[in-house]
Ligand binder design. Structure first.
Ligand code: SAM
Ligand code: SF4
Ligand code: SF4
Length: 369
């Protein structure tokens, strides 16, 4: 049974220190383990219209759940200012997430603002978004026109009954597939489709999903069910290792490995031997990829998390709303990234007892996946 109350645990922690000597960003910031800062995931809302059992289970995220008030959320101007500071430090890719990002009103205005940003060498950013697809058919065109490059769509099953059990709000598969088609039609590709595999819940859908997406333009990726957050009652026995997923698909449709597109890519890539396209597996549990992890996460209320499994964030919004200058904010970010030594997945133990006693992890819906 999932616990009822979710405290984020760090509400009272002081804002990050601003160094007395300010420094100009070089675009080459790296952390204590020599990992650069390349990727920024920004959560634009903590709300969602789904109640996926592994992410926002109904018994926790019920009608009494206290979501953040509107004033706590970063405004589009605040998000863009933060993003600009991160880009000056080396971020080249921004992913909008949530909660369900398409629930944030006028999201295309934010995309328009972010699409104007340029890296220190003058390149546009790789601007992407992860969505449950429920509003995609309606919004794909506006998102593309605003400057979004690509989308990743989450879909956990092709069978309606299984999918509805997972999203727990009776949402039909056909509507997500229509969203994927609409995204493809307007050029929001290459589209990735993410399937979280939970043993005993949707693992029988691995093959039907692989068959459906084989030969179609979207790239299907299987994600190991993770022990993220504090509310999903995670259990190692419910994880299907990626190696099993590859073996199950390969037995019917032979696969061969292909190299990564870039260092730090989360998915291991496989292609069908008959030329039917590729699939990916994201082995966050069985094969950690912390060594190359270049991702920072900005929560809905402007806290910086240097790891998905962090128990506390750094309150950049407090600095921003205290009227700190860009130089002060940028120096504070540099100082935080430089000491980063997170590698939770590499050090995780079977019963996930690596956490401090009493510490609570933040929810995926709050800092985004
Ligand atoms: N609502 C959007 C969506 O579902 O795509 C964006 C936010 S969601 C938190 C981002 C991704 O995290 C989704 O692909 C979701 O399946 C994945 N996710 C959530 N909880 C997870 C868990 N416990 N283990 C693995 N992946 C998870
Ligand atoms: Fe919502 Fe995405 Fe979490 Fe599902 S995975 S509950 S769609 S935020
Ligand atoms: Fe990155 Fe933390 Fe995940 Fe390791 S556990 S890959 S450091 S987010």
């Amino acid at each position: 049974m999932a616990e009822k109350i979710i405290m984020l645990g760090d509400a009272l922690s002081p804002p990050p220190a601003v160094p007395s000597t300010l420094e100009a960003p070089t675009g080459l910031l790296s952390d204590a383990l020599a990992r650069p800062l390349h990727d920024l995931r920004i959560s634009v809302t903590d709300r969602c219209n789904f109640r996926c059992v592994y992410c926002m289970p109904k018994e926790v995220f019920d009608k009494d759940y206290a979501y953040l008030p509107q004033g706590a959320l970063l405004s589009f101007e605040e998000i863009t200012r933060m993003a600009r500071l991160f880009v000056a430090h080396g971020v080249e890719k921004i992913r909008l997430t949530g909660g369900e990002p398409l629930l944030r009103k006028n999201l295309e205005n934010l995309i328009g603002m972010l699409s104007e940003l340029r890296t220190p060498s003058g390149q546009p950013l790789d601007l992407t978004l992860t969505t449950n697809g429920s509003l995609l058919a309606k919004k794909a065109r506006a998102l593309k026109d605003a400057g979004l490059n690509r989308v990743t769509v989450s879909l956990d099953a092709l069978d309606d009954a299984v999918f509805k059990r997972m999203n727990d709000v009776d949402f039909a598969v056909a509507d997500v597939l229509a969203g994927i088609d609409a995204a493809h039609a307007v050029g929001l590709g290459p589209i990735k489709v993410n399937m979280v595999v939970k043993a005993g819940m949707n693992d029988q859908e691995i093959l039907p999903m692989a068959r459906y997406f084989k030969g179609r333009p979207a790239i299907l990726r299987f994600i190991e069910y993770m022990d993220v957050g504090a509310s999903n009652g995670w259990n190692l026995a419910e994880v299907i290792p990626s190696a099993d997923v590859v073996a199950r698909i390969g037995a019917e449709m032979p696969l061969e490995p292909i190299g990564a597109n870039y260092a730090g890519e989360t998915a291991a890539r496989w292609r069908y031997a008959d030329g039917g396209g590729e699939v990916g597996v994201i082995s966050s549990v069985t094969q950690a990829f912390c060594k190359d992890c270049s991702r920072a996460r900005l929560s809905t209320e402007g806290k910086l998390y240097t790891c998905l499994f962090a128990t506390r964030g750094h309150d950049l919004r407090a600095l921003l709303r205290a009227g700190r200058s860009d130089a002060e904010m940028s120096s504070a970010i540099a100082q935080l990234w430089r000491v980063r030594d997170d590698r939770y997945s590499e050090t995780r133990t079977i019963n996930t007892s690596g956490l401090e006693r009493g510490a609570r992890r933040v929810e995926m819906s709050y800092i985004g996946g």
